[in-house]
Design a protein around this ligand. Sequence first.
Ligand SMILES: [Zn+2]
Length: 112
Amino acid sequence: MNKDQLKEILSQVKSDLGIPEEIRIELKPMKIKAASISLRRNVMRINKNIIPHLDQESIKYLILHELIHYKLKSRYHNGDFYKQLYEKVEPEKARELERRILTSLLEINNIL
Ligand SMILES: [Zn+2]
């Protein structure tokens, strides 16, 4: 998956969540995170190394997860966060995708 494809997914998920702001994607090698978002600078960082390990569904989930943090302007995984998340992804599916992402993260760090 290349950066244009990531941008396309980002714009789909943004409009799905009703986020009008421009958000930039930066691909960077990261040690322990799959992705992060700056709540004020409108930049989403995605771990460059994890992209080749993930299928499209997991990548879309990763972007959704970060955009919900952005929308709520909160880094917490609290009730509001899960309420938004589960409107878009079934709880069981969300857990499965989280697991896939975590497994890939451990693989690229040679922990598994
Ligand atoms: Zn999170």
